[in-house]
Design a protein around this ligand. Sequence first.
Ligand SMILES: [Zn+2]
Length: 396
Amino acid sequence: SRISADDLAALNQQLDYINEHDEHGDVATGDQEINESLIDEVFDNLESNQTAAEVEFEASEAQPGSVLQNQLRGVLKRLLKEINKYNMPLCYRRGDFFDRPPHPVFALRCSLEPTQLYWRKVFIWLPNLLPGCPSTFKCTCGKPLIRNGFNDPIARRVRSMPADYFLLTNRFLCPPRRQNNPGCGRSFQGTDPHILGQLPLFVQRAFPAYITARAAVSKLVMWQMLNTFSSRLGPAKFSGLVSEIQYRTHAETELMYISAANHYRQFGVKQFSAFDDPHGYAGSPPSTPYLKGLFTDYTNANRIYVDRYIASLPLTVASGDHTFAFLKHTGGLKGEPIFTAAYTLMNEHEEVRGHCFVPSKSMTVLQEMFQGVKQGLQDANNLPTQLFYTDSPQRT
Ligand SMILES: [Zn+2]
């Protein structure tokens, strides 16, 4: 079909807009190399990132006999007493999820012993004691679960800022030896999505962390990662940032300790622990591979939402082009690459509206994608595409 006079005028107007606003001339000439190093940085080696995360996760758990393990033992013991007496942990009664160690200022008033200054906050997540919880949680098989004690290690470390904290939860069991109505034997952590899903939404949303089998970060850190990984501040710099803040927190605490000793005229006090002494302060900031592994897991888990969102976007003005740079990150068959390029469709807001890997630069292989996009625009009540920019027009 022929282009109408109106369309031509609109097209000319858009070309003028590009000429006037393209200060580096890179849109108009199309020869500017796009820096894809950010993608390189996140997706360089998925498997080794995940192995690194696993090793690091284990190393960061409270070591036997360490200050942190003793803290957690003490917390659990006290928690059980509190539950016996008040039917809930005292932190819940105060309106807080965190069982908090005393602030250094108050801890040092009582004693110039550094141990308590190494303690971390402990987030107490006991689903059966939370507001709005069901009278019994159900197994995936439909039968009622029973509570099944606590964990060993007692709590998981959650990477966060300005310092890590611990996440303490209980376990549930579908008891296979129950007299009447024996269960299937499956057991759950209180943090399991299946358990969380049985709480009211407003309580679910209070869960503080993203956890995988091998890693855990606070929601705050994950949200910061989502913001920074998509810009110029990639994983390595972000890991540096977390580390810097954790070291700084340690240094500030040490300064309070020494200065308190001075104030209270206590001489010859114990030396403050080094940041990374596993039996003392036990600092362990997340490494770059750890964060990358976690980010990849998060992205995989949320992909369906991202895909749905993309499918709802308009494509009134489209621009499509092939790209080759990150193909080196895709797998092949017996060493032979399957795809030679990727094709990306952007809309008028520079949002990606469609993306696929292609075996050749021929437009015929893209037919299915374009049909999907057309259907998606209809389904989401968007206008059909009015204008399409491409650098290699082809007849099909
Ligand atoms: Zn069951």
